[in-house]
Design a protein around this ligand. Structure first.
Ligand SMILES: O=P(O)(O)OC[C@H]1O[C@H](O[C@H]2O[C@H](CO)[C@@H](O)[C@H](O)[C@H]2O)[C@H](O)[C@@H](O)[C@@H]1O
Length: 270
């Protein structure tokens, strides 16, 4: 693990990144904070202008998936790009590039149901919070909560997770309860890489994300399956990513350069 504020910028290191993942790359992108700037109201989040076109161009050249904490039904229309796969609910809900839906653990949602009344009580004590039932995750948004109450709401949510054997994560002004099953963004990335293998070898993964749950994917790649790029978090944290970008605008620039690099590599094969 490396402190995120010490990582080199991925645009400056693009040649090394391209050498690492091409000629057979697969690209994985988180949504909120990566393709979309963070906004107060989660319903209003949208990918930066130009991203959809870039993803479409990229997806014509290599496999691309958007991997998000949002539920699939919420995520997919926000990145409705021909040929792009989606993994919602931190990987529990997958839609393949040809539109097939796969739920690796359909039974995983059940243990969350009992926690809903508990979490409603936490929300009631935290005015300005918003409870989101994503079926495979329960999120309590804390962006509108007075700072003095936000910490207590997060601590109470963590206590619910511990009492019920659920997973807890604390993202960007959001706390989440997740199923206990060993499935996450990292496992979803592995799942895609296995399916995208050909001739006995998997593509090399390039994963870009900003959130704590993206660390599962960075860790999955750190043993040699590819490269992680973190959208630099504030405050800094330890990360398993190897490179950093400063925000969604730099992510867009990197995608543009990647499309060009793939085309360049095809024009002049080694
Ligand atoms: O895995 P991601 O695609 O990064 O999704 C993580 C969570 O993103 C959303 O919440 C975050 O973005 C909102 C819009 O910018 C912001 O208002 C909120 O404070 C952030 O936490 C989404 O609403 C959650 O369901 C996702 O888990």
């Amino acid at each position: 693990m490396t402190p995120s504020d010490t990582l080199p910028n991925a645009l400056a290191g693009l040649d090394a990144i391209v050498d690492d993942v091409l000629p057979r790359a697969a690209v994985f992108l988180d949504f909120d904070g990566t393709l979309s700037p963070i906004v107060e109201n989660p319903d209003r989040a949208a990918a930066l202008p130009g991203i959809a076109v870039l993803l479409e161009r990229l997806a014509r050249r290599l496999p691309v998936a958007v991997v998000s904490g949002r539920g699939l039904a919420d995520l997919a229309p926000r990145v409705a790009v021909e040929g792009v796969a989606h993994a919602g609910s931190h990987g529990f809900e997958i839609r393949t590039r040809d539109g097939r839906e796969v739920r690796p653990f359909p039974e995983a949602a059940a243990p969350l149901e009992g926690a809903i009344p508990d979490l409603r009580r936490v929300a009631a004590a935290a005015p300005g919070s918003r409870l989101e039932d994503k079926r495979f995750a329960l999120a309590l948004h804390l962006r509108g909560v007075p700072p003095a109450l936000e910490k207590a709401a997060a601590a109470r949510t963590r206590a619910i997770a511990e009492a019920r054997g659920l997973r807890f994560s604390h993202g960007r002004r959001v706390v989440e309860l997740r199923p206990p099953d060993a499935w996450d963004k990292g496992r979803a990335v592995e799942w895609f890489l296995d399916r995208w293998a050909s001739g006995g070898s998997r593509p090399r993964a390039l994963y870009i994300g900003d959130d704590v749950t993206d660390e599962d994917a960075f860790r999955a790649l750190s043993s040699g399956a590819g490269t992680g790029i973190v959208v630099r978090p504030r405050p800094p944290r330890d990360t398993a990513a190897r490179w950093a970008l400063e925000g969604p605008t730099e992510v867009r620039t990197l995608l543009l350069r990647l499309v060009d690099a793939v085309d360049g590599a095809r024009r002049s094969p080694a």
